[in-house]
Design a protein around this ligand. Structure first.
Ligand SMILES: [Zn+2]
Ligand SMILES: [Zn+2]
Length: 300
């Protein structure tokens, strides 16, 4: 089990590890700059190295993920916005690599009516340019992948299906530095029902078939305020939404997924994930594992 949570990074990044410990998670995710501003946060080499060392030697926090700013739109038909997005992604990837992060999660953006297929070549170009132009990871530090996050399916958003995400990765020649982050609330809102063992099996099969399970590096673990297929990005606390504890358990306990980092981005009581939310996630995970392990025993 590896339950994580989105926490505050603080100016020196290291406090994010303590914030994770305080609520009892084993992985954290942070914004390395304001999620609603273009202005990049600049970290000194000393701060980045101090974080890298603190993370690598931390007794309980196993992985740190970075989430890129929400303003990024690699699919935009507006060249100025596209260029700014590319600069922001490249910068975030440089920071992520220097931190020794397990991945930089990004929302690809929206084609704004221009059409996914039409914008696909520029999306691929952006991913490849960011991967090539970002500062390289320090010696001995594992590659920090760009993790494409699925969307809730609203309007012209890009990444509303696994098929779309597979098309983006394929357009990048299957570059190994690209991976996948599945947000459970977005997946539900986009109309994928994973809330039974059959549904979770179908999800695993589709990821394996289209994208490759090795690219799936983490989940964003959220219940949903909107119904299946509602196409709205509205996170709920675990078991306080439309998916429910049992629905999330089916996905969380699946043998192919149970060991992955599952990062809470739930509202809590308004200030993000609390220790009680982590306990709720752990309970859902344990229930999920029992769903599958009970079946295995019966078969013997
Ligand atoms: Zn996200
Ligand atoms: Zn969301």
């Amino acid at each position: 089990m590896n339950i994580g949570a989105h926490v505050k990074g603080g100016g020196t990044l290291v406090p994010s590890l303590k914030a994770g410990v305080d609520i009892g998670v084993s992985s954290v995710q942070i914004f390395t700059q304001s999620p609603r501003m273009w202005k990049p946060s600049v970290y000194s080499p000393e701060v980045l190295e101090a974080f890298r060392t603190a993370q690598a030697t931390h007794p309980t926090i196993r992985d740190t993920f970075c989430h890129a700013t929400y303003l990024i739109n690699l699919a935009s038909p507006n060249p100025e916005l596209y260029e700014k997005s590319l600069v922001a992604l490249t910068h975030t990837l440089s920071v992520g690599r220097a931190m020794g992060s397990a991945g930089v999660v990004v929302h690809t953006g929206s084609h704004m009516g221009a059409g996914f297929e039409t914008q696909l070549p520029q999306i691929a170009e952006a991913f490849l340019r960011a991967l090539d132009d970002a500062d390289p990871a320090p010696d001995g530090v594992a590659e920090c992948p760009i993790l494409i996050e699925n969307t809730a399916g609203a309007g012209g958003t890009v990444g509303r299906s696994l098929e779309d995400i597979a098309a983006m990765i394929d357009a990048c020649g299957g570059d190994e530095r690209l991976g996948l982050c599945i947000d459970t609330q977005h997946l539900w809102a986009s109309g994928f029902d994973f809330s039974t063992k059959e549904g979770a099996n179908a999800l695993v099969a589709e990821i394996a078939d289209r994208i490759g399970l090795e690219r799936l590096r983490c989940f964003h673990l959220n219940d949903s305020k909107t119904p299946l297929g509602g196409n709205k990005d509205r996170h709920a606390n675990i078991d306080e939404g439309e998916i429910g504890q049992l629905g999330l358990a089916a996905l969380m306990g699946h043998p192919a997924m149970r060991d992955l980092p599952m990062i809470l981005e739930v509202p809590g009581d308004g200030d993000g994930p609390r220790a009680s939310d982590v306990l709720d996630a752990e309970a859902a995970w344990a229930l999920g594992v029992s769903l599958y392990d009970a079946t295995t025993k019966k078969k013997k």
